[in-house]
Design a protein. Structure first.
Length: 677
């Protein structure tokens, strides 16, 4: 537990820090706004109020991010019941976003409409993205391939950054600085530093955003008569760095800007693909470099264009070591580089009050080389898409048909791929308090470089866990047919209730198949083998009064695959999930107290052994006090408030929440302050 001396030191340090900031003068405008008035773009790639979108868009506002104490995008999205963040429990070094039963490599993550580079398997490490300079986050669940292409079979997450505004003559400078320190019951100090700086003139503006997140991990000693001795990390040692800069020119005809982004992630842990082991260590280092140019051109009130071109470079260094005896050890190392060039031109045309037409073309060219590939691999994808938003009877009824055509020419050992992806969405509002939404969408997922060319030596396991996995350049894209239905009701302007349901049917599902069980090690390869279905739904309730607001939600999901004519449950899926968030601003002292909770039901770990994980229960408390007309805020946050209390034990090796999710730090206390100037 936190000892008295360390707690006093932590409070004293933060008090000195916030006191020194209190004396500074600052000037920043309040950017908070009503959630219903937020303008979103993700559902149809056109600007709309979130209450008017044809497809359901879930929004996480800047205010909600602050109340939750989130530092990263994955932290911020935990408040949405239908969004699951994968954990580190199974050796996954990149926690990702899962929706409607689709894993992270089926969910597209964008920043201001431009895709963020993914890992070798395609998933985006959203846990590296800080919440600094985020205005809001838009989430669209369900197949979105008609607009966003491959990797959007499960949905889309669009991170909208704050836009620099200058309504006065001269130069305006503003920004923020955040400093946070945290301590676990084991005494380790965690540090989070972040800040933004914006400079704006009449037409030219620039913004710089950066963050550094360091967690020292829980370090332990091990000793074994046969193996010797050493050190290991019971919880991962993590260092995350992020920096983004952009320069924009705004004129009567539109905008043009350039940006550059750099991210780095370094983790050292003792998780292996076969489970936790103090005799093994895994070093995981990535670097992401991105740059690009974006422009919008307003031809007149009816026609406008959006253009972007981006360059992305992802570098992976992965080293695994296992002590097998006092004189020998097993080592595996992989170094890979993935480069991507993407360009897109989109035209928005509004010929009348009824129609809003959108057409666009996109090209994406990728290359990859590394230790697990032979030579340089290349892939080109050419796309064209179109949709028409028909607004009938003044927002009473709207319908959006759309289609996307994708062509991947034959390259290296791959065949030519062609895919047509349709969509149809409808919105009906019989009165001002009720909205009914329905949509059909086809999704698809082009095989990744990993699935096509990877040669993976899984030689640090035993028995069936000792195998060689090879790629297959002849893989076909995975395809899905998805249906979504939702109802939203505003009850007396006090409560808002939303319910939704979905069903997805997946064909040509890519999985690994045993090709030679007699060899040592065994041989596996990727093939198009299975059909699968995912289905479920959620219900959400929210209310907002003078000083009190609350949100609660429940989500159900099930996923099954066709195993030789029999539908069997897919492992590692969470069937039931509950989230709850409450915030109250105490009068007189004007301090906001927020409580955030989430619960996830046990998940099936293996269909062969029928083992299940424990359930997951996490509650946090956040108290925030503002000074200097909200220019300075200090906060205290307690995570894992219940100290790993949960209801259901697992049936596998790790039975408790503490063991399975590696929450050995227990209750953690964090103190911090944010200065806006």
């Amino acid at each position: 537990m936190l000892n008295k001396k360390s707690l006093i030191n932590l409070i004293l340090g933060t008090t000195i820090f916030t006191t020194s900031l209190y004396a500074q003068e600052s000037d920043i405008e309040d950017s908070s706004e009503n959630e219903e008035d937020i303008i979103v773009v993700s559902a149809g790639k056109i600007e709309q109020a979130v209450s008017d979108t044809v497809e359901k868009v879930e929004v996480v506002t800047e205010k909600q991010i602050q109340e939750s104490g989130a530092k990263t995008v994955t932290d911020a999205l935990k408040s949405i019941p239908g969004v699951v963040i994968t954990s580190l429990s199974s050796g996954n070094m990149t926690p990702t976003i899962s929706m409607q039963g689709f894993d992270g490599d089926y969910v597209k993550v964008l920043i201001d409409g431009v895709a963020v580079s993914g890992d070798i398997g395609g998933a985006v490490a959203a846990f590296q993205l800080p919440v600094e300079n985020i205005d809001h986050i838009e989430v669209v669940q369900g197949a979105s391939s008609a607009l966003y292409g491959s990797d959007a079979m499960g949905g889309v997450v669009n991170i909208i950054t704050k836009k620099t505004k200058n309504e006065y003559d001269g130069i305006k400078v503003h920004g923020s600085v955040t400093e946070e320190f945290g301590e676990s019951k084991e005494g380790s100090i965690q540090n989070y530093t972040a800040g933004t700086l914006s400079v704006a003139g009449a037409k030219l503006s620039s913004t710089l955003t950066g963050s550094l997140n360091y967690e020292p991990g829980l370090k332990k000693e091990w000793a074994n008569l046969a193996l010797g001795s050493g050190e290991y990390y019971k919880t991962p040692k993590t260092l995350l760095g992020y920096g983004k800069a952009n320069i924009d020119w705004t004129d009567d005809w539109g905008t043009i800007g350039i940006y550059g982004l750099f991210m780095t992630a370094s983790q050292l842990s003792n998780y292996t693909p076969s489970g936790y082991s103090k005799y093994a260590s895994m070093e995981y280092d990535t670097k992401r470099i991105e740059s690009g140019i974006k422009s919008s051109y307003i031809f007149d009130n009816t026609l406008s264009f959006n253009i972007f071109s981006s360059f992305k470079d992802f570098i992976l260094n992965d080293y695994y070591e296992s002590v097998t005896s006092s004189t020998s050890k097993t080592e595996t190392e992989d170094n890979s580089t993935n480069i991507e060039w993407e360009s897109e031109i989109q035209a928005n045309w509004k010929p009348n009050e009824l129609n809003t037409v959108l057409v666009g073309i996109n090209s994406t060219f990728e290359t990859m080389e590394g230790d697990s590939f032979e030579g340089l691999k290349k892939q080109l994808l050419l796309s064209a898409y179109a949709q028409d938003t028909l607004n009938i009877a003044d927002n009473v009824f709207s319908v959006v048909p759309g289609v996307r055509l994708d062509l991947a020419p034959a390259m290296d050992d791959s065949d030519t791929l062609f895919q047509a992806t349709p969509k149809l969405s409808m919105r009906f509002s019989p009165n001002e308090n009720t909205v009914i939404r329905a949509s059909y969408g086809m999704g698809y997922k082009i095989p990744t470089f990993k699935q096509k060319y990877w040669v993976f030596y899984h030689n640090y396991g035993s028995g069936d866990a000792n195998f060689i996995l090879t790629g297959n350049p002849d893989l076909k894209p995975e395809k899905s047919q998805g249906v979504n239905l939702g109802i939203e009701e505003n009850v007396l302007n006090i409560f808002r209730i939303t319910t939704s349901g979905y069903f997805n049917y997946i064909t040509d599902m890519i999985d690994s198949q045993l090709t030679d069980s007699t060899s040592t090690p065994q041989k596996r390869t990727y093939v198009n083998i299975n059909k699968a279905i995912t289905y479920g739904g959620d219900i959400n309730l929210s209310t907002k009064l003078d000083r009190f607001e609350a949100r609660a939600g429940y989500a159900y999901m099930n996923a099954k695959e066709d195993d030789d004519g029999e539908w069997t449950e897919i492992a590692l899926k969470i069937h039931h999930r509950i989230t709850a968030n409450m915030a109250y601003k105490i009068p007189i002292i004007e301090t906001k107290i927020s409580i955030n909770g989430e619960w996830s039901a046990p998940q099936l770990l293996s269909t062969s052994s029928d083992e299940k994980s424990p359930d997951y229960l996490m509650v946090s408390l956040n108290a925030e006090k503002s000074f200097l007309e909200d220019k300075l805020s200090t906060y205290i946050r307690i995570d894992n408030l219940l100290d790993n209390f949960h209801f259901i034990e697992g049936t596998g090796t790790s039975k408790t929440q503490e063991e399975y999710y590696s929450l050995y730090d227990g209750i953690t206390l964090s103190l911090g302050a944010t200065l806006k100037f």
